[in-house]
Structures are given as structure tokens and as C-alpha cells.
Design a protein around this ligand. Structure first.
Ligand SMILES: [Zn+2]
Length: 431
């Protein structure tokens, strides 16, 4: 994955090959060296816990990795076009299939991955671009190369192709900055966000979370499911500068990376990630939640939305036209105040219907209007309407973006912002 790992592997290979021709005494010294190295490793591993490879540990990160981003425009499609406006080479496991100066590619499945007249039986075909930024997909230019991956429709299992942009992590971040962040905000807040976004992407890539859990052939989506990434579409001089000035900086806790969640407006207190996002999130101090006095008074700090009871019934119980909702109340809350469970009172029913506040209620009703689950109680009723007043926008775990902007305005540095929202973590330069 990076230069240092390769060097170390090659070093061991050299030892083994040379072993036959060296004198016995030298062999013994090599054996002794390996024994010492093994003992050192063993003692170290014991001190650190069980012996297994932990992809979160930062010890072997020494260079910019490449990340694999699944492009939503090319996710499990029957056919897609892209172009390379410069030198290119098409390769699969057998080697170079074609190379040239200009490529207008039509990609589809045809008993294998078809690129124009070529058909490959390999699961991955790579198109390497000789000059960075020559790749264009759907009118958007991209850094790096494109991988065409054999995939299948999730419902019908029919064969499909997926386009994956393989790109240097630092170049990837330039395409995230303009999409995820308000570039008018203070520089230190933006730097904090770039560092969080870098850590998130590196964590996801090293853990291969999407391939392990969702069966995807890449490590990051280009939308809200991971981080919104627009290739070079919104890459500006200021986006490039923010990434360059924070190059190699990560948020590290206890010698390891963690998933640096962030959301728009926390509403006063961020929540423990495990409790609000579920089992996938780690239960560790930097994701344990923090008080936030900074987002108070911002645009989405407090919001009110009215819903007709009939509208709620239709969205929550679409298969039952006879249900009438009388009211609702929160039955479980997290330490920061976000509701996790809500009970709905129905006409003619002796018991309330209990559901999860986020997946069961908010997402079904309207996640754009119900911006968070941090609701004020009692939930107001007025005639045939239910009026929800809430605070914040987003899941409320990790860094509060609006809070970070305000901290920067108050003179805090990127490091101070990150250390506030990720308690006990620190910023470290890894390359
Ligand atoms: Zn906040």
C-alpha cells in the first residue's frame, strides 16, 4: 500500500534468498537477528493486545495512499461513456490490452467487461491516464485513473459495470472541500474539516468497510453515504491551498485512526457515536460526545415544522388508510438530548406504536424538514396538526460544522477545534 511496507517485505525476501550461500556463522547471526526481531515483535504485540493486524494503527503510514471512490453516475450501470484527453493505457491481469493518445470509451457488460472493441474476462479493467486530470466522466474531470469493475444489479443479479475513480488521497480531498464545506468560513475551521475528512477517508480505505459490510468494490461513495466528492468540478485555488497546507495531517487517538464523523449543527451537545449511529460506530473517548456552545443561534440551531396528522399517518403507515394519529411523545433520549425512540398514539388503539426516532420516524416522514431528532417536549398539537420544534441539523455525532466555524471566528486553531470535538485525540502529521 505504501513505500515503506514494500521496502520491508523486500528486505525479508533478500534475507531468505541469500541464506543458502552464506557461511554457517553468518546464518547463526541471521537466525539470532530474526529471533531478536521476533521476540521484540512478540513482546510489543503482547503489550499492545492480541496479535492481529489493526488497519487503524498509524505506524505504517508514511506516504499518500490512493483511495477508491465509487462514482454514483457509474454505479452498477448497463452502459456508460467516459473519455481520456491524452495518453492512456487499458490493462487487466494479463497486461496492456491497448494504449493510445485519445480515448472515447463506451463501457458495458458483454460476457466480460467491454471497452469499445475489447472484452476482458478479468473482474477489474484499469484505464491509466498518462496526464493527471485528463479523465472526464459525465462532463466532470477527475484526477487519477478509472477502474471498470464487474458488478451485478442488487435486485435482479444481472451483470453490470461500476466505475471507480482511483485517486491520491490528497487529490480526492480537493474534490471534497468544495462540496462538503462553506468556503466562506474561517480558514482554521476549513482546515479542521479537511483534516477530519482526510482521517475519515483513510480509515474507510484501510478498513475496507464498504466492501466488507456492503459488498461494494470500492472504499468510498461520492455522496452523503461517505463524503460528497465532485472530482475536479469545484476544485478552486483556495480548496487546493487548504489541502496542501494540511498535507498529511490526521486526527489520531491512542496511536490509531478512527472514523471522524461530522454533521452540520449539533444543537448544543454532540452525542456518543455508538448510541446515535449504532453498532458500526466505535465506543471510544473521541467519539463520546462533547458540549458545544458554539452553534447556538445559528440558522438551524432551532427550527419548527408543522405536519398534518393525516400526512404523518400516510407516511408512517402507508399500507393502512384507516389509521388516525392523535399525538406522539419521546420515550428514549441520549445524554445530549437526541430522541432515539418515539411512541405514536392512535385513535381506537389501546397501546401506542413505538418506533425508532430516526429510521422509523424521521427518515420515513421527511429527513429534510425534520433536520434532527433533538426535539423539544412536549410535542405540540394544534387541531389536525403536529408541530415539531427541534434543534440542530444532522446526526449530531463528531464534529459540529457550524460550531467549528464559530470557534475559528473566536480565534481557535484547527487543532483546538478538532481536539474539542474529538476529546483526547490530537492532530499528527503522518507524511
Ligand atoms: Zn454545535
Amino acid at each position: 500500500m505504501n513505500g515503506r511496507t514494500d521496502e520491508r517485505v523486500n528486505g525479508y525476501a533478500g534475507y531468505n534468498q541469500g541464506g543458502e550461500n552464506v557461511r554457517k556463522r553468518k546464518l547463526i547471526s541471521v537466525a539470532a537477528l530474526l529471533a531478536v526481531a521476533w521476540a521484540g515483535f512478540f513482546i510489543h504485540a503482547c503489550a499492545a493486545g492480541p496479535i492481529f493486524y489493526d488497519p487503524a494503527r498509524v505506524g505504517d503510514i508514511s506516504d499518500v495512499p490512493r483511495v477508491r471512490v465509487g462514482l454514483s453516475a457509474g454505479l452498477r450501470v448497463e452502459r456508460i461513456l467516459f473519455s481520456v484527453s491524452g495518453p492512456y493505457a487499458i490493462t487487466d491481469g494479463r497486461g496492456v490490452l491497448e494504449s493510445g493518445e485519445q480515448l472515447e470509451a463506451a463501457v458495458s457488460w458483454d460476457g466480460g467487461i467491454r471497452v469499445n472493441q475489447l472484452v476482458s474476462q478479468d473482474p477489474i479493467v484499469r484505464v491509466t491516464c498518462g496526464r493527471d486530470g485528463d479523465l472526464a466522466i459525465g462532463g466532470v474531470r477527475y484526477h487519477g485513473d478509472v477502474l471498470i469493475v464487474a458488478d451485478e444489479d442488487r435486485q435482479t443479479r444481472a451483470p453490470r459495470v461500476t466505475l471507480v475513480n482511483e485517486v491520491d488521497l490528497e487529490d480526492y480531498l480537493k474534490g471534497v472541500v468544495g462540496k462538503e464545506m462553506a468556503l466562506s468560513a474561517g480558514t482554521e475551521a476549513l482546515k479542521a474539516q479537511v483534516i477530519a475528512a482526510r482521517t475519515y477517508a483513510m480509515y474507510e480505505s484501510r478498513h475496507r468497510t464498504l466492501s466488507e459490510i456492503k459488498g461494494e468494490k470500492f472504499d468510498l461513495y461520492d455522496d452523503e453515504r461517505s463524503q460528497v466528492y465532485g472530482g475536479m468540478e469545484r476544485e478552486t485555488a483556495s480548496a487546493r491551498r487548504l489541502v496542501d497546507e494540511t498535507r498529511g495531517l490526521f486526527v489520531v487517538w491512542d496511536g490509531r485512526l478512527f472514523k471522524t464523523y461530522y454533521s452540520s449543527t449539533c444543537g448544543g451537545h454532540t452525542e456518543p457515536a455508538r448510541l446515535i449511529l449504532g453498532g458500526e460506530a466505535e465506543d471510544i473517548p473521541p467519539l463520546g460526545g462533547a458540549a458545544c456552545a458554539y452553534c447556538e443561534g445559528s440558522k438551524y440551531y432551532r427550527w419548527t415544522e408543522a405536519f398534518s396528522k393525516a400526512e404523518l399517518a400516510k407516511k408512517l403507515f402507508p399500507e393502512r388508510s384507516d389509521i388516525k394519529i392523535l399525538g406522539l411523545r419521546v420515550t428514549k433520549r441520549l445524554p445530549g438530548g437526541h430522541a432515539t425512540e418515539v411512541a405514536v398514539r392512535l385513535e381506537g388503539a389501546s397501546r401506542e406504536v413505538v418506533m425508532s426516532a430516526n429510521d422509523g420516524f424521521r427518515r420515513k416522514v421527511d429527513p429534510r424538514r425534520i433536520r434532527s431528532t433533538l426535539w423539544e417536549e412536549p410535542i405540540q398539537e394544534s387541531g389536525d396538526k403536529i408541530i415539531l420544534t427541534g434543534r440542530g441539523w444532522g446526526h449530531g455525532a463528531g464534529l459540529c460544522q457550524v460550531g467549528a466555524y464559530r470557534m475559528a471566528d473566536a480565534g481557535k486553531s484547527a487543532g483546538e477545534i478538532l481536539e474539542h470535538y474529538y476529546p483526547q485525540a490530537a492532530v499528527r502529521k503522518l507524511y
